[in-house]
Ligand binder design. Sequence first.
Ligand SMILES: [Zn+2]
Length: 272
Amino acid sequence: MTSPLDRKTVSAIQHDGLVPEARVFDQLYSIGQNAVSAWALDTSDGITLIDALNSEAEAREIMLPNMVRLGLDPKRIRYLIVTHGHGDHWGGAKFFQDTYGAKVVLSQADWDMIERPDRGGGHFADLLPPRRDIVARDGDKITLGQTTVKLYVTPGHTPGTLSMIFPVTDKGKKHVVGLMGGTGGGSSSETIKTQIASLIRWSGLGKTAGVDALISNHPAHISAIEKIQLLRNDLATDPNPFVYGIDRAQRFARVMEKCSRVQLARMGESGE
Ligand SMILES: [Zn+2]
């Protein structure tokens, strides 16, 4: 057990009420906070979580109450897929593993990273990592009920960033969601080049799978806060604002790729 949540710490991260919980698709719920996202994918056989915020305290005081308000029983959690090994995405993972028996999924490289004594560096060294349950390889699938999440290892942001593609419905209409598990290729030209290669591949995967809806693991990347407010206030368009269409979803990946190339150019390296 960690100590009770320090309200001061949390208020710096989560401004009360700024990102209320939301049902984004018929099966997909936003249960995170304003700086970092967490998602719940509901199926007939249980719930798959995607990411677990910064800490046990945030899992307990943000994710759990959000799930309960949305009518999602935490006892039904089966899997927790962690997009990448930075602590703002896995800090609450051990809590879900210990409390609800969630099987935690990361790539090999990012398991290695979070199991190092420094947890991969940064300010996450004090976090306790979850036990290694499932090592996701490129192309692996996590199936629960009728829903299959396809996982792809897309290195760059971290050595083993996981991206995923899965089907949803919006008021019964089928869509395919894409989540690129890490945005930005870090600070070295090598990792940025790796990220560019991953984005090119991601774009192709999205095209093949017919990805027409996007979510992200930080709300700011896709203006998720504004989109959620539209949904909650019944002002959303049809299809809902997380649906981009295949062409725009493709363009999103290409813009991210161009941003990485600009980053390289700023370092004096060719972005070509
Ligand atoms: Zn990160």
